[in-house]
Design a protein around this ligand. Structure first.
Ligand code: ZN
Length: 357
């Protein structure tokens, strides 16, 4: 495809977003364009010719299989209108700190917390592109404890615990921070930390760590390994807590985000998804346009296999849960609305009508 252009291929602003995606059909057409930029391609046989049926689905000209634009994507069989999905994607991609499930539920009149939570869970699950670039240049690596509780899903407050999380952050001279990667690790052993480094940092990079033994042996894995010891820092009169400033900065931003936007309510089993969401937004914080981030998110969503609700609900510990809270059933209304005709003026008119009789 030609170079992506703001205002043509993705909206530049919230105003443009609203103007472009006023109806569910507009959203469906955008997904179709995104998914098949060169025209329809059959999912089953790969044939490139087909036609649109009356119900909006496509039929392959060769094998005659029928599919909707959303089939095989995370929007597959969704009963949530696409206007609601698109607005969720817009908020997810463009709000500085993203949005919580409760915030989404209230903003978009979504009947149940579970539905809103599952929408965000599906978006989180598409964020990790297979084969994405590993970090390069100079990279600080460290581990820290992150996490907490997550209420509402199993009735009552699920007691979470803090989870050991490995963090890698690119350092840009003289004082800048580049991209980050985070992952939950089982423990601080080299059996856990070495795979984290090799999976997220390109060989040849300079890796800076503290003197912890879990990082011993990185030089043998193709890295230039710089170890900073707390004792040496103390001897130099430096703050030993500031050995790895980039990683500590990112860790504190991530913790603050979990406490702020999500009020710390993140279950251990779901933490990896939240870490991916944080890194997705953090690594695009200097993107020229938030609309482009929205485009990338939808592109990932349209290119990702369906995610079942069952797969989102991870229950690591079986516990005697109290009965589940009552769930309001029903699907959120479309955000597609007819013109309201300035109801505040209409109310004024009624008041000023003369009494008859
Ligand atoms: Zn076909």
């Amino acid at each position: 495809m030609e170079q992506l252009r703001a205002g043509v291929h993705y909206p530049r602003s919230t105003g443009e977003f609203q103007a472009w995606f006023g109806t569910d059909e507009d959203c469906l057409d955008y997904l179709e364009w995104l998914r098949w930029p060169g025209g329809f391609t059959c999912q089953r046989c790969g044939h490139g010719m087909g036609w649109r049926l009356g119900d909006g689905r496509f039929e392959c000209a060769r094998c005659r299989s029928r599919a909707s634009v959303t089939a095989g994507t995370i929007f597959d069989r969704t009963r949530t209108p696409l206007t609601v999905w698109f607005t969720a994607c817009w908020l997810f991609a463009t709000a500085k700190d993203g949005i919580s499930a409760l915030g989404l539920q209230r903003a978009l009149e979504i009947g149940s917390y579970q539905t809103a939570w599952a929408m965000l869970g599906r978006l989180r699950s598409v964020l990790v592109r297979p084969g994405r670039d590993r970090l390069s240049g100079t990279v600080e690596v460290d581990e820290t404890y992150i996490g907490g509780d997550e209420p509402g899903l199993s009735g009552g407050r699920a007691r979470g615990k803090k989870v050991l999380t490995a963090i890698a952050v690119e350092v840009r001279e003289p004082r800048g921070i580049g991209r980050c990667r985070m992952a939950v690790v089982a423990d601080g052993s080299s059996a856990s930390l070495h795979p984290f480094v090799t999976g997220h940092v390109r060989p040849g990079a300079t890796v800076i760590t503290d003197a912890w033994m879990g990082y011993h042996g990185l030089a043998g894995l193709g890295y230039v390994h710089q170890r900073r010891s707390q004792r040496a820092a103390r001897a130099r009169g430096e703050d030993p807590g500031e050995l790895l400033p980039a990683v500590h900065r990112v860790a504190s931003l991530a913790k603050r985000w979990l406490l702020g936007t999500h009020q710390g309510s993140v279950d251990e089993a779901h933490l990896p998804g939240y870490l991916n969401e944080f890194a997705f937004r953090f690594n695009r914080r200097r993107s020229a346009s938030r609309g482009l981030v929205f485009y990338r998110l939808l592109e990932l969503a349209a290119g990702h296999d369906p995610v079942r609700y069952h797969d989102l609900i991870v229950r690591p510990r079986s516990r005697a849960a109290p009965s589940a809270p009552p769930t309001i059933r029903g699907h959120p209304p479309s955000l597609e609305r007819p013109g309201a005709n300035r109801p505040w003026r209409a109310a004024e008119m009624q008041l000023s009508l003369p009494y008859s009789g």
